[in-house]
Design a protein around this ligand. Structure first.
Ligand SMILES: Cc1ncc(COP(=O)(O)O)c(C=O)c1O
Length: 306
């Protein structure tokens, strides 16, 4: 990354992260000692699933929704989580406690098929149970994300059809998205805007994507992108607040001409998009994005006070 570029996951520097403790299969150890085997299926093949969650005043926002997606993904690829939702909650509680963390924390929960007996692909070679790692970092999205916004470039790499690798899998292997991100960087942008197999605007390499046109909020059909928890919350909030919202096919023609555009994800909630392919989006005024951000903040406050 160049010094003036940033990504949707750029956080303010926090020296405390140098000494965080990480959960590795039941042990909680200093980050320098947190290790998995080179035979682990996650390292060897990207064979695992993960979730990103955010802690607000002692509450993991939308924990149930994240767990629904996580357990559904693990079931679909036959990875035994080895515990239930309450077990995951307890492992996360212990990790947060060991780090004395209560708010402004981002968690990456990772589960792989586990250590293999031979360095080959067959899932049956993982015979000693899954590997669970929980990384929690002190994390506040960098303020520049809101003030400057993100620069996107449309890239050749697409998020594909469900029968190749369904975009709904939050899989360890993010190579598809990493390739897109590299292409965007080469084009001088911060992140990639990815199309679907038919050429309609789909998603970015790490977040879901929305545009605002003439008072309406549009996002892709959802067929070829991550079933983002934040994406769904934004759609629900629009519906509950009489903001016209549509999940539909649209092309770059409409994206370039949008009044506003923003990304959604657990890390940064809603992040404004400043430009796409060098074209400025709207006038830089973002009333709808700001309204949705405020509604989302209220929703988090509600969730935390329950
Ligand atoms: C490709 C991709 N899109 C979107 C998202 C955002 O999803 P969520 O809102 O559940 O954080 C993620 C986060 O994991 C992602 O990896």
């Amino acid at each position: 990354m160049t010094t003036d570029s940033h990504s949707t996951h750029t956080a303010s520097e926090d020296a405390r992260n140098r000494d965080i403790k990480i959960y590795v299969n039941g042990d909680i150890v200093h980050r320098d000692d947190a290790k998995v085997s080179v035979y682990d299926s996650g390292f060897m093949l990207g064979d695992g699933m993960w979730e990103g969650m955010r802690l607000y005043n002692g509450t993991w926002a939308f924990f149930d929704e994240h767990m629904d997606r996580f357990f559904n993904s693990c079931k679909a690829v036959a990875i035994d989580v080895g515990m239930d939702k309450a077990g995951i909650a307890e492992a996360m509680r212990k990790t947060a406690q060991a780090n004395d963390m209560t708010t402004d924390v981002h968690c990456r929960l990772m589960l792989t098929r586990g250590v293999k007996i031979k360095p080959f692909q067959h899932p049956g070679l993982s015979q000693s149970g899954s590997t669970l790692v929980i990384i929690m970092e002190h994390s506040k999205p960098a303020p520049a994300l809101q003030s400057k916004g993100i620069r996107l470039a449309t890239v050749p790499q697409v998020r594909g059809l469900p029968m190749t690798q369904d975009a709904k899998y939050n899989s360890h292997s993010k190579l598809n998205c990493v390739i897109a991100c590299l292409q965007a960087e080469q084009a001088g942008a911060d992140e990639a805007l990815m199309l679907d197999p038919l050429g309609f605007v789909n998603t970015t390499n790490a977040c879901n994507f929305f545009i605002v046109r003439r008072g309406e909020v549009w996002t892709s059909t959802g067929d070829y992108c991550m079933n983002g928890v934040t994406r769904q919350k934004v759609i629900d909030l629009c519906q509950a607040n009489d903001i016209p919202v549509f999940e539909k096919n649209y092309s770059l023609y409409e994206a370039y001409g949008a009044d506003e555009a923003f990304l959604t994800g657990t890390f940064g909630a809603q992040t404004p998009v400043a430009e796409i392919d060098g074209k400025a989006i709207g006038t830089g005024e973002r009333p709808m994005t700001e309204r949705i951000r405020a509604l989302y903040k209220d929703l988090i406050d509600e969730e935390v006070s329950r």
